[in-house]
Write a protein that binds this ligand. Structure first.
Ligand code: ADP
Length: 177
């Protein structure tokens, strides 16, 4: 019988979709580790430290949740932590192919018996992705329905700083040009 599970991801940023999976996983497992990937294959808007901080802040009042960063293969992390269940979220059928491929690869890579458990999100979150959130944010769209307030604040801060840096460098270019 498994008590522990890990939910790995980039969480760039954490959305209500991720949170829905976290809550569902907590109904099944008494201890859930949310493992934030240090170097996901895709470029990130938020640093490793910022992504960990966001997940920690949003889940701080939930019992039985640990948030940690990890680097490398999730199966190696599971072995170190003696965790045998990996949680992944499914939104649409389009997630399935990639997730299935990853699940089979992870199973092959792990020497222990690791099970990958897929949880289906609530239909109202099924279209939310971190990528979409970043796109909406970059066009100044409303984020409150997609991400928790803390995350919304962090996205706004990040984009404001990016704007300031852009303006600064264009000023510098102008001055030097
Ligand atoms: P990764 O780079 O590992 O895919 P993500 O943070 O994008 O990291 O996603 C982590 C997990 O959460 C994946 O299993 C993904 O399918 C799932 N997920 C992302 N968004 C949602 C959502 N809106 N509903 C349910 N699951 C989601």
């Amino acid at each position: 019988m498994c008590q522990k599970a890990v939910y790995p991801g980039s969480f760039d940023p954490l959305t209500y979709g991720h949170l829905d999976i976290i809550k569902r996983a907590k109904e099944i497992f008494s201890e859930l580790t949310i493992a934030v990937a240090k170097n996901p294959t895709k470029p990130t808007l938020f640093s490793f430290r910022e992504r960990i901080q966001m997940v920690k802040e949003v889940t701080k009042d939930m019992e039985g949740i640990t948030v940690e960063g990890f680097n490398g293969l999730i199966v190696d992390y599971c072995r170190q932590k003696k965790i045998k269940v990996i949680i992944r979220g499914l939104r649409m059928i389009s997630d399935f192919e990639h997730e299935f491929q990853m699940a089979l690869t992870n199973r092959k890579l792990s020497k222990e018996n690791i099970e990958i458990v897929f949880l289906m999100t609530h239909e109202s979150y099924s279209y939310i992705s971190s990528k979409l959130i970043k796109e909406i944010a970059s066009f100044g769209g409303k984020l409150s329905e997609f991400v928790p307030p803390f995350v919304e604040r962090k996205i706004k801060e990040k984009l404001k700083n990016a704007d300031i840096n852009k303006t600064d460098s264009s000023r510098r270019n102008y001055a030097s040009g």
